[in-house]
Design a binder for this molecule. Structure first.
Ligand SMILES: Nc1ncnc2c1ncn2[C@@H]1O[C@H](COP(=O)(O)OP(=O)(O)OP(=O)(O)O)[C@@H](O)[C@H]1O
Ligand SMILES: [Mg+2]
Length: 265
């Protein structure tokens, strides 16, 4: 075995579980995130997708099972702790501050500074250069970096957030429904950057409702339903038709169709 093959996964969950008071949000879920691969998490509303990624990103802690980061069992006490281990999370809306310019958002939290004696001031020129280079490296074209991020399209916003995570050296990139609010074309653009991040060796966790978005880019598919794993498949083990059928609930959907036919003849 080569060293690469024997390296532990970037992230591994083993029978992980989490309850909120009496509500079991996640139960006995196992999956892996490998470098240079995309793990897709699919499931309907309330399936436990966000709960899972909140555990991986340090927002919540699991209360059963194990979380292993590069083979070490641990518990992430905060989003900062996750970030320090190279786990970056991009949320649908919270990734960026809408009124700030693109470049200012790009360096948010890692601002370059100029010193004037005891004073430390944001180095605007350097910050703009960092943003320009980070976006260009990923081939993302945003002509005006002074533009407030809130005026970008949803797809562009996701792209800026992905480029920022890659630029600041994330090892794991977690994307919570990055394509949910996007049209077909913009979703395609975002998925292209998901592939780029993967090709740069990051482990990507992609949460989505849409098997058509997950299948072309995913290496592994974890299906959640009411907090439990409905299945976990390598790409070679499942095709798009079957993934779609499982997502739609198979037999449940057929029953619903019959019911609708009765109600709406
Ligand atoms: N902070 C919380 N307090 C109590 N219950 C919660 C909390 N967060 C989630 N839940 C419950 O846990 C379950 C899983 O929720 P979760 O947000 O993980 O689902 P999801 O798959 O992300 O759904 P969606 O597709 O709607 O985003 C749901 O039943 C939800 O009501
Ligand atoms: Mg969610």
């Amino acid at each position: 075995m080569t060293e690469q093959q024997s390296a532990p996964p970037l992230i591994e969950t083993v029978s992980i579980g989490k309850s909120y008071g009496g509500v079991v949000a996640l139960c006995d879920v196992s999956t892996v995130v490998n470098a240079g691969q995309v793990t897709c998490v699919l499931g309907d509303n309330g399936a436990g997708k966000s709960t899972l990624i909140k555990i991986l990103s340090g927002v919540h802690q699991h209360d059963s099972g194990q979380l292993r980061i590069e083979g070490r069992e641990l518990r992430l006490s905060s989003p900062r702790a996750a970030l320090d281990l190279g786990i970056a999370t991009v949320y649908q809306d919270l990734a960026v501050v809408p009124l700030m310019s693109v470049w200012r958002n790009f360096v948010l939290g890692s601002e370059p500074v100029k010193r004037y004696g005891p004073l430390e001031l944001l180095d605007r020129r350097q910050a703009q250069d960092i943003a320009r280079k980070g976006l260009a490296d990923m081939g993302i074209d945003i002509p005006d970096l002074e533009q407030p991020v809130g005026t970008l399209s949803g797809g562009q916003r996701q792209c800026v957030a992905i480029a920022r995570a890659v630029h600041y050296g994330a090892q794991v990139l977690i994307l919570d429904e990055p394509t949910a609010a996007l049209g077909v074309k913009q979703a395609g653009v975002v998925l292209r950057y998901v592939v780029q991040a993967r090709d740069r060796g990051l482990g990507v966790v992609l949460i989505t409702h849409n098997p058509h978005h997950a299948y072309p880019v995913g290496d592994r598919f974890l299906l959640l339903k009411r907090g439990s794993a409905l299945g976990s498949y390598e790409k070679s083990e499942i095709d798009l038709t079957e993934l779609t059928r499982l997502m739609a609930g198979g037999a449940e959907l057929e029953a619903l169709q019959h019911e609708l036919e009765r109600v709406v003849p």
